[in-house]
Design a protein around this ligand. Structure first.
Ligand code: ADE
Length: 222
C-alpha cells in the first residue's frame, strides 16, 4: 500500500517512523510519502494561506499550492483522496478496513481555519473526521488514519491480533494479564492459567460482553 500525505508541516510525522508502522515501512509493507505543500507555492515567499473572503478570524489555505501538489502527486487520480476535516464522516473500524483494501491513498491535511472550498469540490473524494472535537490541523487525524489502516495491511501485525481486538465482532476486547500471577495482592483469573482452551474462550466471550455492556452499551444496540 502506498500513502501520500500532503501537509504544511511534514516534521509533525516523526511518529510514523517508530514502532510497528516504522518497521512496516522499513520492511516495504507500506510506503508513506510526505509532501510539503509549501514547495508547490508559486508565490515568491512560498505563501500558502490568505484572508477569508467575507472577513472573519484566521487564515484559509490557498487553492493554488494544494491543487498543484495533489495533481503532481496523483496525476491520474489513482488514489482515494481524503481530506481531514471535523465536518467529515467519523472514522470507524469499518471505514478503516475499507480504506485498507485500497492500493493508494492520498491524505490532505487541513490547517488554519480551513481550505478553499473549491479544492474539496475539484479534488477530494471523501472528508474524514476523527471525532467531534476540533484540532489545530489535520496532521494528527492523518496519523490516526495511517496507523489504523496500516494495521490491516498484510504482514504488518499478526492476523490473530486483528480478529480478537475491540470492535472486531462489534464488542470490546476482553481483559489481558501477564506475569506475575499475583501483583499488589491481585490475582490473575484462575481460568487463564488452567490450560483449558475452551474455558478460556468462554470466559473471554463473557468478559467481552460484560465490558461492552458496561463501557459501550451503544455498540450492543447496533
Ligand atoms: N481537523 C481539525 N479537527 C479535526 C478532526 N476532529 N478530524 C479531522 N480533521 C480535523
Amino acid at each position: 500500500m502506498k500513502i501520500d500525505i500532503l501537509t504544511l508541516f511534514p516534521e509533525m510525522f516523526a511518529p510514523l517512523y517508530e514502532s510497528i508502522i516504522g518497521r512496516a515501512q522499513k520492511a516495504g509493507k507500506v510506503e508513506i510519502k510526505l509532501h510539503d505543500i509549501r514547495e508547490y507555492s508559486l508565490n515568491k515567499h512560498k505563501k500558502c494561506d490568505d484572508y477569508p473572503f467575507g472577513g472573519g478570524a484566521g487564515m484559509v489555505m490557498m487553492p493554488q499550492p494544494v491543487f498543484d501538489a495533489i495533481n503532481a502527486v496523483d496525476p491520474d487520480h489513482k488514489a482515494k483522496r481524503i481530506y481531514t476535516s471535523p465536518r467529515g464522516k467519523t472514522l470507524s473500524q469499518t471505514m478503516v478496513k475499507d480504506l485498507a483494501t485500497r492500493e493508494n491513498l492520498l491524505i490532505l491535511c487541513g490547517h488554519y481555519e480551513g481550505l478553499d472550498e473549491r479544492i474539496i469540490e475539484l479534488c477530494i473524494d471523501e472528508e474524514v473526521s476523527i471525532g467531534d472535537y476540533v484540532l489545530t490541523g489535520g496532521e494528527l487525524p492523518a496519523m490516526v488514519m495511517v496507523d489504523s489502516v496500516c494495521r490491516y495491511v498484510d504482514g504488518v501485525i499478526a492476523k490473530e491480533s486483528l480478529s480478537e481486538e475491540s470492535f472486531s465482532e462489534g464488542l470490546l476486547e476482553y481483559p489481558q494479564y501477564t506475569r506475575p500471577q499475583e501483583f499488589m495482592g491481585l490475582k490473575v483469573p484462575e481460568v487463564l492459567t488452567s490450560g483449558n482452551h475452551a474455558e478460556v474462550d468462554k470466559w473471554r466471550k463473557e468478559k467481552s460482553l460484560e465490558l461492552t455492556k458496561k463501557y459501550r452499551p451503544d455498540l450492543l444496540e447496533k
